[in-house]
Design a binder for this molecule. Structure first.
Ligand code: ASP
Length: 343
């Protein structure tokens, strides 16, 4: 009897622990840091490790907020801020250069419970554009503000404007020079602008950041932040601030953040199309994401990827490029970090 008591106690404890796990509400987060020609041979082991560490830091910061009972909006904003502040990614510090050698950034955020959304486009002096998108959602009656108007709104909300050169990095400047040289050559070869731009390697365009999250209250949300595409015309707006194209969230279907050649993501309404397939065709997020990224975008030349989450905590991370910086973590799976296709 004295020996069976501890065994019984242990058994009972483990039954209760499992029951608690089974009834725990799912919560999860996934992030991306851009998709494109990301080849292993271009990385030194130290550089690869540094990227992986930053992705891990970002996903774990968001996860910690969810674990403590924070909302999906708070979690994804924290994750995105870490990537915006890192020069590795094309958002905030490290944003790509426009043709005119400055930085113009776009961001958006959407909440699945209410379908409220906020976005900013073409901002030049905002350190963390995702935070301003959130303010547009929470504190204005609008969904999208652009340029000077967005920055005036920022000031009215107490957001400090910063110098545009805060976002400068040497490696992005070199990318711009390479892109310009390629465009010049293409012009000399009489290629039209569209064809010439297509000939820029996808690497010139990567690094947009985004996050999708599910909180313990069953609400999903999505956010995306970017410097856009290297050598873009001033005033060009990509898919990232366009609700339905680069960002979408609805508790009835899924939450999506996209990265890739924005013009295609706008024309094919990528984020909303994935969620529509889930909602109206009863498809899993995995199936819907695969269809849009591989079967719809690939044949027309639209390169990129998405991160998707649903209210059950399922996560899917499809892309049609060589790689996509990505990471995820949920209450029932440990941290995953990937860069290359076969990670
Ligand atoms: N989608 C972004 C844009 O077109 C770029 C990217 O994701 O790399 O502005």
């Amino acid at each position: 009897m004295t020996r069976t008591l501890p065994i019984l106690t242990t058994l009972l404890l483990s039954v209760f622990a499992n029951a608690a796990l089974a009834t725990e509400k799912p919560f999860a987060i996934a992030i991306h840091g851009g998709a494109g020609t990301i080849k292993k041979e271009r990385f030194t082991p130290a550089r690869e490790a540094a990227y992986r560490a930053k992705l891990q830091e970002s996903v774990e910061a968001g996860y910690a907020i969810l674990e403590k009972g924070g909302t999906s909006l708070d979690a994804l904003t924290a994750s995105i801020n870490i990537l915006e502040n890192s020069p590795f990614f094309n958002a905030g510090k490290g944003a790509v250069y426009t043709h005119d050698e400055s930085h113009e950034m776009d961001a958006s955020i959407m909440e699945g419970k209410t379908r409220q959304a906020g976005a900013v486009a073409g901002v030049k002096h905002i350190e963390n554009p995702i935070n301003l998108a959130r303010l547009v959602m929470d504190e204005s009656v609008h969904v999208m503000l652009s340029g000077d108007g967005a920055e005036a709104f920022a000031q009215s909300q107490g957001v400090k404007l910063v110098d545009n050169d805060l976002f400068d990095t040497k490696h992005r400047y070199k990318s711009l020079q390479r892109a310009k040289a390629k465009m010049k050559k293409a012009k000399q070869e009489n290629k039209d602008y569209q064809a010439a731009h297509q000939s820029l390697e996808v690497e010139y365009k990567v690094g947009t950041v985004g996050a999708v999250a599910l909180d313990k209250y069953g609400n999903i949300a999505a956010g995306t932040s970017t410097g856009g595409m290297t050598n873009k015309r001033f005033g060009r707006i990509g898919d990232s601030p366009v609700i339905g194209a680069g960002t979408f969230a609805d508790n009835d279907s899924c939450a999506v953040s996209a990265t890739g050649h924005g013009e295609y993501f706008i024309r094919y309404n990528v984020a909303a199309d994935i969620c529509a397939r889930v909602q109206y065709q009863g498809k899993s997020i995995e199936q819907a994401g695969k269809e849009v990224i591989h079967d719809v975008l690939m044949p027309v030349g639209g390169t990129g990827g998405v991160i998707i989450i649903d209210t059950k905590g399922n996560i899917s991370l499809p892309f049609n490029t060589k790689g996509m910086y990505r990471a995820s973590k949920s209450n029932n799976s440990s941290t995953y970090v990937g860069i290359f296709k076969d990670d």
